[in-house]
Design a protein around this ligand. Structure first.
Ligand code: HEM
Length: 143
């Protein structure tokens, strides 16, 4: 299946559509957590590994935080709000230098994790559309 990265100019704020709830129903909480773990494993070997915690315990905590968010966004329990407070994603990403190229790397790691899933293509596509667009809003560094 084709998962394409949409091109945007730095500073654009495209409107996001949440993933289809069926994606959560098919994967369940455990499936979403496994997907996020796989994404982070791939990030750790990627060209943007320097952005993520080197320490194993901190890295595991980063996986938990990100999985809490994705479970919540996909329609599951509000774990992120309970554990971390309001999402404020752009603000949370501000300390990290995220470029459009960094976004490409981040998305390509997700692409690989998604292509390993056993789920209907339209549902994988719906999650992809969400991260493809939302990730543009995390880019905070031109070049
Ligand atoms: C544009 C590419 C992106 C890059 C390079 C990036 C990078 C990072 C980094 C370096 C962190 C801090 C370390 C960590 O806790 O993992 C982080 C945290 C996080 N990111 Fe991203 N991110 C990107 C896009 C996204 C997107 C699109 C989402 C959600 C759809 C997201 C959700 C999160 C969450 C939930 C956290 C944890 C925040 C916290 O608990 O404080 N990120 N990200």
């Amino acid at each position: 299946m084709e998962l394409n990265i949409t091109t945007f100019k730095f500073g654009e704020q495209p409107q996001v559509t949440l993933p289809n709830r069926e994606f959560y129903k098919v994967l369940g909480e455990a499936g979403i957590r496994a997907m996020v773990k796989r994404h982070y494993e791939l990030l750790r070997e990627s060209g943007i590994q320097h952005l993520f915690p080197a320490d194993d315990a901190a890295f595991e905590q980063a996986i938990r935080n990100s999985a809490d968010f994705m479970v919540q966004i996909c329609g599951g329990p509000q774990y992120f709000n309970q554990n971390r407070g309001k999402p404020m994603m752009a603000a949370r990403h501000k300390p990290f230098e995220i470029t459009m190229e960094g976004r490409n790397v981040w998305l390509n790691c997700y692409k690989q994790a998604l292509l390993e899933l056993e789920a209907p293509e339209n549902l994988i596509g719906s999650f992809w559309n969400y991260i493809d667009i939302f990730s543009v809003r995390m880019v905070n560094t031109p070049i």
